[in-house]
Design a protein around this ligand. Structure first.
Ligand SMILES: Cc1cc2nc3c(=O)[nH]c(=O)nc-3n(C[C@H](O)[C@H](O)[C@H](O)COP(=O)(O)OP(=O)(O)OC[C@H]3O[C@@H](n4cnc5c(N)ncnc54)[C@H](O)[C@@H]3O)c2cc1C
Ligand code: FES
Length: 302
């Protein structure tokens, strides 16, 4: 009797110790009943396009079809894994707009057409598509922050009747660093699109200035409007202040956050901002929900 109780207790504690992590986003597709997020799946690179010496676009054959704003964990055996946003919303392929920033992204950079890459995901919560219905949208991106915004633009193109006016503001350092130039040209003819170059004083083809200045020059509609931002936090901060000035409250502004990640499903705590996990609760957050947490994070780092 005594030993049975002991065995039961031992079994219970082992179950607790070796509990599998909580399943990720239930919307994540399954393969044969297995949640895909846990499984790195080999994918073939269909094509590669260089935009700048340190940014390339990898087109990869895939049926994952990630929701706009979600991300993928991309790995190279023997090197490591890193989170990358999906830069398209299309059945049949995904695109990764990758900046060569360190170990893993350098290894991705060295891959060639036809090579295999491992991908798990999609992870996280993307843009709040239901809340965006029947709204004017402001899409703001700086640098490779254009990746998740491109995915959102694909979604808008496929569901035009769901949205009112679309205002797009992109910021790049100089003309050489403009990413996805050929797509921007196409979008210019359909949406209200403005580009600002922050450091290209002799360029006469584009407007000069930071994104907040470009928004100030070309004001968007602010009634019934939601803004989606992705890029360096300093850029999102300045743009948000301009949006607030125009009358858009923080509850109608969404930021896409980047933090270092490991598990990508809320288990390791690597990406935590206080009680929130960027991988599981984000990476897209309503700004009113994260503002005070980011302020605390910044003041504790100062
Ligand atoms: C949700 C999400 C989406 C992202 N989408 C894209 C994308 O579409 N395209 C893209 O080029 N990059 C994207 N990133 C950033 C990308 O994950 C990092 O550049 C990458 O992890 C760097 O890994 P590495 O091994 O090459 O560099 P490392 O050798 O690990 O580090 C190089 C430098 O990058 C910094 N760094 C590493 N990881 C991150 C991170 N997660 N966030 C911020 N700084 C980091 C390090 O502090 C270091 O200074 C995204 C990040 C997140 C969290
Ligand atoms: S990356 Fe592990 S908890 Fe977010």
């Amino acid at each position: 009797m005594h030993s049975r109780k002991f065995a039961e207790r031992k079994e219970k504690s082992e179950t607790k110790l070796f509990q599998t992590p909580k399943p990720p986003n239930p919307q994540t597709p399954k393969i044969g009943g297995t949640q895909m997020s846990y499984l790195p799946i080999p994918h073939k690179i269909e094509s590669i396009k260089s935009y700048t010496p340190d940014v390339k676009l990898f087109r990869i054959k895939s049926n994952l079809n990630p929701a706009p704003g979600t991300f993928l964990e991309v790995s190279i055996p023997g090197i490591g894994e890193c989170p990358l946003a999906s830069c398209s919303h299309n059945k049949g392929y995904i695109e990764l707009l990758t900046k060569n920033a360190g170990n893993v992204t350098q290894a991705i950079f060295n891959l060639k057409k036809g090579d295999t890459i491992l991908i798990r995901g999609p992870h996280g919560h993307g843009f709040p598509l239901e809340e965006l219905k029947n709204k004017n949208l402001i899409l703001i991106a700086g640098g490779t922050g254009i990746a998740p915004i491109t995915s959102m633009i694909n979604y808008i193109e496929q569901n035009k009747s769901q949205f009112k006016k679309i205002f797009i503001y992109f910021g790049f350092r100089d003309e050489q660093n403009i990413l996805l130039k050929e797509r921007i040209k196409k979008w210019e003819s359909v949406f209200h699109l403005h580009i600002g170059l922050s450091n290209d004083p002799n360029n006469h083809d584009y407007e000069k200035g930071f994104i907040n200045q470009i928004i100030e020059h070309h004001k968007p509609s602010v009634q019934d409007t939601v803004a989606l931002l992705c890029g360096p936090e300093i850029m999102m901060d300045c743009a948000t202040k301009e949006l607030n000035f125009l009358g858009i409250p923080n509850s109608q502004i969404y930021w896409s956050l980047e933090r270092r990640m490991e598990c990508a499903f809320g288990s390791c705590g690597r990406c935590q901002i206080q009680d929130l996990y960027v991988c599981k609760d984000g990476p897209i957050f309503q700004y009113s929900k994260i503002k005070s947490r980011l302020d605390n994070e910044n003041s504790s780092q100062a």
